[in-house]
Design a protein around this ligand. Structure first.
Ligand code: CA
Length: 701
């Protein structure tokens, strides 16, 4: 036999014998996730079929170039499979998918690995976050996603750990504590991977912490750098030149209150410019009159900071809300794009932060390009076209009076990801309009209500009945309402909007099939026409949805996955649909699985008649304690509650167990804190008397 022919036949034989690992097997997962390196992440958006990093790519535009599912055939989109997760709290995660292997995070930072081909669970990892940690979160025990790199899955745990898992098995490889555990920090955001480093921030600015972001070596977990967003005690050496500059913009003794500026969500990266962009949070406490009594911009609160990812050094910053005093975070998702503005190609960074203005910045140097209101705004007349500084209205700072401020602490847009479609040139924003009453809380003392770890709602705002009130009755009347907005960032205007009955709706996905996908608070999964906002397809989920959908391709077939589980900040207190256990839904063209039947509950039940006695002093004391300890999660006679029950409807049995639940921690496994370590039995009874008094008054109305 010809020697070359022999070798060729041998090669063919060996190739045929080389068995590809079975999809979903540890060997297969190791092989596919092991290939995710810096080059793959840099081109993640071009890699059709997978969803490898939080925002789909480093630009975080959530625009998929897949178009197998498009507006002409979407009518045949159907359920392929659904999988219950066994969760009861909010699901905010973006699912990551690599060759049909899906990684999703859930409440209490649990990680799920799922086989998309079969719709089955491969492994689950539970970091066993102590349930006491639930009270260190303003906004539910959520997690927004994992990161994938060289065979590992990275997750930030609620209690401040950053954990690296073996993607094939879910076994921990390393774990590092990223926070001072004596302070009320929590992690809910997704880590990002940049040049072999895992970048992670944290939250806690409602309770009194100093914000920062840290980079760890992805392989070993060793800390590489840390960037603080606000200055510490100026009697000690500054960590960086940036902190020295920032300290000049603060007054008083801010460091005793933490200062805030937590980086709890937004990041994006430009590999060509080698700049890492981070959005920073609100001041801690919110009220600048306490935090920095002599005024000042308070750098780098409510800012976009651009960092050198190798060193963590500040390259440029842009502060959206100087002297932040309303919980106006700049942590809302950041999207990078290349636009033609006034005939010039510009590398831009776009954000729709809580303060209600849509910002376009030059991401090479932080230069201001434009900022325009994308929702109703009353706190500022506009933004100066040269400096980019807001032009505040007199009443906005609630110094001499209480003030209705729009948007409020929940923001014109919150964490729910927006998406940018370069084909339509539109940014799609899951927006909301709202108004909040702000007043100076003259009785505020830092940590007055603090417990063992110093937490407690520490925002220093409250209605002051001794002062006049600036009302905005039109805004109050409309509060709150939700809408999906298509925004043209070049022409600086809204192109279309869909007014939605619900106001805490899910994050977005845009595709080359000319579709915008969104789940809603009132329990639907909807596909909108990217050019007009017309509803192309709609299916009933039942429970409220907050997470953004993702799309990907497996074995030549395009899928759309929605993670559904009601919760989050607003979701703790309110809901627009009956609560459902957490579930993942995966759709494809021609999918013929039957949609699970949602559980039905009365959205607003009746208030029971429970006999009790109370003195006005007890009720007043209980009211004060309720505000400090309970009102972050619970309402009384205000719409039936969300994840946390509306206490007006608490049953006689619940009231009989009140001390066991509130004082002794009977519901700790569900995340309801135990208050016996900081309240007396009498305190707890007074809270109960306030609840019963309020419920009785509501029933009489
Ligand atoms: Ca906040």
């Amino acid at each position: 036999m010809n020697r070359f022919l022999y070798l060729a036949l041998l090669a063919c034989f060996l190739w045929a014998c080389h068995e590809k690992p079975r999809p979903g097997s540890p060997e297969h997962i190791r092989e596919v996730t092991g290939g995710i390196d810096d080059s793959v992440l840099t081109h993640a958006g071009e890699r059709q079929g997978d969803w490898l990093t939080y925002g789909l790519d480093y630009q975080e535009d959530r625009y998929s170039s897949l178009e197998q599912i498009n507006k002409d055939n979407i009518k045949t989109l159907g359920l392929e499979w659904s999988l219950p997760l066994g969760t009861q709290r909010g699901l905010e995660a973006t699912a990551l998918v690599d060759d049909g292997i899906m990684f999703v995070t859930g409440p209490w930072s649990v990680v799920f690995a799922i086989d998309v081909r079969k719709g089955t669970m491969i492994w689950t990892y539970d970091p066993k976050v102590p349930r006491e940690h639930g009270e260190k979160t303003c906004c539910d025990v959520v997690n927004r996603g994992a990161a994938l790199y060289k065979g590992k899955v990275y997750v930030g745990a609620l209690d401040g750990r950053l954990i690296a898992l073996d993607a094939a098995t879910g076994s921990p490889i390393w774990s590092v504590m990223t926070v001072d555990t004596t302070k009320p920090y929590a992690i809910t955001g997704a880590p990002r991977i940049v040049d072999g480093k895992v970048i992670i921030g944290n939250g806690g600015a409602e309770f009194g912490v100093r914000g920062y972001v840290t980079a760890y070596d992805a392989n070993t977990g060793q800390q590489v750098w840390r960037f603080y967003t606000v200055p510490g005690d100026p009697s000690k050496p500054f960590e960086s030149k940036a902190m020295e500059t920032a300290a000049k913009t603060w007054t008083g003794e801010w460091w005793k209150y933490g200062g805030g500026g937590t980086c709890w969500d937004a990041m994006a990266y430009d590999p060509a410019l080698k700049l890492l962009y981070i959005g920073t949070g609100n001041g801690s406490p919110w009220n600048r009159q306490y935090r920095s009594p002599g005024g000042g911009d308070n750098l780098y609160l409510s800012s976009i900071v651009a960092l050198n990812p190798a060193t963590g050094e500040l390259v440029w910053y842009f502060q959206e809300t100087p002297g932040e005093s309303w919980d106006f975070t700049a942590t809302q998702p950041i999207v990078l794009a290349d636009l033609i503005i006034k005939g010039q190609p510009r590398k831009v960074l776009m954000q729709a932060p809580k303060n209600g203005f849509f910002y376009v910045l030059d991401r090479t140097n932080g230069a201001f390009i434009s900022a325009d209101p994308y929702v109703y705004v009353n706190w500022a007349k506009g933004v100066d076209s040269v400096t980019g500084r807001p032009i505040e209205n007199d009443f906005a700072r609630y110094t001499g009076q209480n003030s209705d401020v729009a948007p409020n602490y929940d923001g014109g847009h919150n964490w729910h990801p927006m998406a940018y479609n370069p084909k339509t040139g539109l940014v799609y924003i899951p927006a909301r309009e709202n108004v909040g009453m702000y007043g100076h809380d003259a009785s505020w003392i830092y940590n007055k209500r603090g417990g063992g770890t110093g937490n407690g709602w520490n925002v220093a705002i409250g209605y002051d009945s001794s002062k006049p009130t600036h009302r905005d009755t039109a805004a109050e009347k409309a509060d709150p309402k939700g809408m999906l907005i298509a925004w043209d960032p070049v022409r600086r205007k809204e192109v279309w909007r869909v007014d939605q009955g619900s106001n805490w709706n899910g994050g977005l996905l845009a595709t080359a099939g000319d579709i915008v996908f969104q789940g809603t608070e009132d329990g639907y999964f909807i596909a909108y026409d990217a050019s007009t906002g017309a509803v192309l397809w709609k299916v009933t989920i039942g429970g409220g949805v907050i997470a953004p959908p993702v799309t990907y391709m497996v074995d030549g077939k395009q899928y759309v996955t929605l993670v559904a589980g009601w919760g989050g900040g607003v979701g703790m207190k309110f809901k627009g649909a009956p609560l459902q256990p957490g579930r993942i839904y995966t759709f494809a063209l021609g999918g013929a699985a039957v949609m699970p039947v949602p559980l039905q509950q009365a959205v607003v039940p009746t208030i029971p008649d429970i006999p009790f006695t109370a003195t006005p002093q007890e009720v007043a004391h209980g009211k004060e304690l309720f505000r400090g300890y309970c009102s972050t999660c619970h309402v009384i006679a205000h719409g039936g509650g969300g994840l946390a029950p509306d206490l007006a409807y608490a049953s006689a049995v619940t009231h009989q167990s009140f001390l066991a639940i509130v004082y002794r921690g009977a519901y700790l496994p569900f995340g309801m804190p135990r208050f016996g370590d900081r309240l007396s039995e009498k305190d707890v009874q007074d809270i109960q008397k306030f609840i019963l008094t309020s419920a009785k008054a509501a029933k009489a109305r």
